[in-house]
Design a binder for this molecule. Structure first.
Ligand SMILES: NC(=O)c1ccc[n+]([C@@H]2O[C@H](COP(=O)([O-])OP(=O)(O)OC[C@H]3O[C@@H](n4cnc5c(N)ncnc54)[C@H](O)[C@@H]3O)[C@@H](O)[C@H]2O)c1
Ligand SMILES: N[C@@H](CCO)C(=O)O
Ligand code: NA
Length: 424
């Protein structure tokens, strides 16, 4: 009965009649495991317990809805429910991304469903779109803003000049952030979600440990403003792309041309772009976090499960869209094998000839410069910010160039790099 649990209870009550007309029967909340009452809910006479395993073992319950979070207790609840032959609905992307292969195998063995629409992009029905609506396609890439807290922080920094810490505190108060908000700002939550999207898009096992994960904590207001001056916005993006060699799986801040739809997704809103060979580019947009937007996805999953209660388990939509025995071993690529354009920000000492040295280091490594911006020396430290946009280059080659640039006497401190995506 936390943020999402409370929202789920309220939506089930408020829309009970419509839900019953859709599901073909009424859906009752038989029992709630809760440690604290949720002031936003009037649970009336619904039985409660402080022992989650009472719910897991309650013979009257068909569907266990796990909205606790985390990998430990939540895993015991989900595996226990499956072992008892109950269907599971969860919003827990951490659990699915890390233990999903094991959970789905157990569920298939028992002939039960595990539904997890709320785990990715909150209320946006992206899993349904990928798994069912786009089932005809070879998916080429998926790119999305899939952490509401991070997008809220970047938007408020850009629009109102607010500080990172100030906006994060507000996101926590609004119930958007994870129990441990470093999951949001260090990109772990987005990597969990991207792992799930990639498996469904490409038919590969869940491989969270292979995802490249970078958060938004190193970005400065200056970077946000320089990107703006260059005609770009900085967004925290998850990208999963099929190449000739395998699958790119990466989460990082990204410069996107300011006129792209994804560049204009603001606040707690999420958006996922999916490119399929038949359909072309499609875009899914909506609230990525919050009590009722997330509950919308949880309740839709409950309805889906209710509708399939009577169907042959072998004819249900597979958990990862592809049949479990037909997953592919397409490798997840190292981030060093990824090719993108780059935004680089260097702090140069105010001496003549620095720009020429920088350009030489890049050109010696075959890295072409798209544009250069040199600012006035900063008052406090006398350092001159140099901002570069490069053409596309392999990450492994860019790493070598960056090491050479950082070794220059004329360059102070580490260099800032942000990958650039055109998203055409
Ligand atoms: N908040 C969102 O916008 C959002 C969106 C999508 C997915 N999610 C996911 O949904 C899940 C829940 O997130 P939340 O934001 O509602 O968190 P929350 O902290 O508001 O709620 C979790 C609840 O679990 C309860 N709980 C913990 N241990 C328990 C136990 N032993 N018995 C009974 N209750 C127990 C806590 O008291 C709390 O009320 C997480 O997996 C989260 O990642 C959240
Ligand atoms: N903490 C997550 C919740 C939704 O999954 C976010 O901010 O996107
Ligand atoms: Na969703």
């Amino acid at each position: 009965m936390g943020t999402v649990g409370g929202g789920t209870f309220n939506v089930l009550q408020r829309n009970a009649a419509e839900i019953a007309r859709r599901a073909g029967r009424g859906i009752d909340v038989a029992q709630i495991a809760t440690r604290h009452p949720n002031p936003a809910c009037n649970i009336g006479v619904t039985p409660t317990t402080d022992d989650v395993f009472e719910v897991v073992n309650n013979p009257e319950i068909d569907i266990v809805v796990e909205l606790i979070g985390g990998y430990t207790l939540a895993k015991d609840v989900v595996m226990g429910a499956i072992a008892n032959g109950k269907h599971v609905v969860t919003a827990n992307k951490a659990l699915i991304a890390v233990h999903g292969n094991e959970i789905f195998a157990a569920a298939s063995e028992k002939g039960v469903m595990v539904a997890f629409e709320a785990s990715v992009a909150g209320g946006i029905p992206i899993i349904k779109a990928l798994r069912e609506g786009l089932a005809a396609n070879q998916i080429d890439w998926v790119a999305g803003i899939i952490n509401g807290t991070g997008n809220f922080i970047l938007t408020e920094m850009r629009d109102k000049g607010r500080t990172f810490e100030d906006v994060l505190a507000e996101a926590q108060a609004l119930g958007y952030a994870e129990a441990d908000p470093t999951f949001d700002v260090e990109g772990i939550d987005a990597a969990h979600k991207l792992t799930i999207l990639a498996s469904i898009a490409f038919g590969i096992p869940l491989q969270f440990d292979k995802a490249y994960t970078e958060g938004i904590t190193k970005l400065t207001t200056a970077d946000v403003n320089y990107a703006e001056a260059l005609g770009y916005r900085i967004k925290h993006l998850g990208v999963a792309r099929r190449t000739g060699d395998g699958v790119e799986l990466r989460v990082h801040p990204t410069l996107i041309p300011a006129d792209r739809l994804l560049a204009n997704v603001n606040g707690v809103m999420n958006a996922v772009m999916v490119n399929g060979d038949a359909v072309g580019s499609t875009l899914y947009y909506g609230a990525g976090a919050g009590a009722e937007p997330t509950a919308s996805a949880v309740v839709a999953d409950i309805i889906d499960v209710v509708r399939t209660l009577t169907t042959d388990p072998n004819n249900r939509v597979p958990h990862l869209a592809f049949q479990a025995d037909a997953l592919s071993d397409l490798p997840v690529l190292s981030v060093e094998d990824v090719e993108t354009a780059y935004y680089l920000r260097l702090q140069a000492k105010d001496r003549p000839g620095v720009l020429a040295k920088v350009a030489t280091i890049l050109s010696e490594r075959g890295i072409n410069i798209e544009s250069i911006m040199q600012k006035e020396a900063e008052e406090q430290d006398g350092l001159v910010p140099i901002i570069l946009l490069t053409h596309r280059v392999l990450e492994r080659d860019m790493n070598v160039a960056i090491a050479a640039l950082e070794a220059l006497d004329d360059i102070a401190g580490p260099l800032m790099r942000v990958r650039v995506e055109q998203l055409n």
